[in-house]
Design a protein around this ligand. Structure first.
Ligand code: DAH
Length: 336
């Protein structure tokens, strides 16, 4: 019996020192210390031991039982402490894990910069809805009904007389309806056209519109403002020219060109070898448009302009496919 007690002690000591997880510790408890464990078994066997041996063996067994329980409790305590330490310890000397920081989308950057330049010239920002009525998108802007000028822009119709705006010009009408001159606003926003998607055209893109109406605004105000913008945005030494064109809502109308900033007017792929880049449409607000919003064209005159943001961003960053702006490929976006 003494032999057996010693065997159990050795086995217990071995297994306890080998237990490192909570599960393993529990296995040791069940095997040795539970109601049917090895030590309880020894007490069971004591019953059949001759009475003379009982005092000595009983003492031996009790010592084992108490020592085993004590050692077990101790082990359990140290294991749970070291676990706590593991979770609590942070190595402050390790280098940090960098988190990539996003940047503004190149179109937003372009838009912000254009806005900033006009805001320093006294323009404020106005916006309007992307779902428009035929009246605001065309009628009020002097596009006559059934006039081929409407074909200049392929329109997405939602219902009869309701459409996705094809340009930001309707915001001119909404702005003028809401205030009296002087009106000095820029109007950025998304526009839609029913065109086949390619490197050069998209179904949805952005424009920035400008409008200045007051007493005595002249074509030289238009030129002065747009040239000041071009010098700030494209650089002091770009040359510029205005070429007559047609828009229903302006008269006279002019497209603004700047000398190609890549080849300085020599001719290259960017300017299609003509040395000039068209950057926006502009003109003096048509008297019909002023009448449509209740302004007296005998008292007030104004100029307006509109430019495509994607086109300007393409020129600026040398991007030759408009679709890149919408694919959100991080490798593309990270370059800006
Ligand atoms: N709305 C014209 C377009 O989408 C651009 C434009 C041209 C706007 C001349 C203007 C302007 O305000 O005066 O092509």
């Amino acid at each position: 019996m003494t032999e057996k007690i010693n065997q159990v002690r050795v086995a217990f000591d071995n297994e306890l020192s080998g237990a490192v997880t909570g599960d393993e510790l529990e296995q040791v408890r069940v095997k040795f210390l539970s109601r049917n464990g090895a030590i309880a078994q020894l007490f069971e066997e004591m019953k059949s031991v001759p009475a003379a041996e009982k005092p000595v063996l009983g003492k031996l067994l009790n010592t084992l039982k108490n020592a085993a329980q004590g050692a077990f409790d101790e082990r359990k305590k140290t294991l749970s402490q070291s676990k706590e330490q593991r979770t609590r310890s942070i190595d402050l000397t390790l280098p940090g894990r960098p988190k990539p920081i996003g940047t503004k989308h190149p179109l937003t950057q372009t838009m912000d910069e254009i806005k900033k330049i006009f805001m320093t010239m006294g323009f404020s920002v106005a916006t309007g809805p992307e779902i428009e009525t035929d009246y605001y998108n065309f009628g009020a802007l002097n596009f006559p009904p059934e006039h081929p000028a409407r074909d200049m822009q392929d329109t997405f119709f939602i219902a009869k007389d309701i459409l996705l705006r094809t340009h930001t010009s309707p915001v001119q009408i909404r702005t003028m309806e809401q205030q009296r001159p002087p009106v000095r606003e820029i109007m950025p926003g998304r526009v839609y056209r029913n065109e086949a998607v390619s490197a050069r055209s998209l179904v949805s893109f952005h424009q920035i519109e400008g409008l200045y109406v007051d007493r005595g605004v002249t074509f030289s105000d238009l030129k002065g403002t747009l040239v000041a913008f071009a010098h700030q945005f494209y650089g002091k030494d770009v040359k510029f020219k205005f070429r007559p064109t047609f828009f229903p809502f302006t008269e006279p109308s002019a497209d603004m060109y700047i000398s190609c900033f890549l080849c300085k007017g020599e001719g290259c792929r960017m300017c299609k070898f003509v040395g000039w880049l068209e950057i926006m449409g502009s003109g003096m607000v048509h008297p019909h448009v002023l009448q449509n919003v209740g302004y007296d064209p005998e008292v007030f005159t104004g100029f307006a302009f509109g430019m495509g943001i994607e086109r300007i961003a393409c020129l600026r960053y040398g991007v030759d496919d408009l679709r890149l702006f919408y694919e959100n490929d991080v490798r593309f976006l990270q370059q800006f």
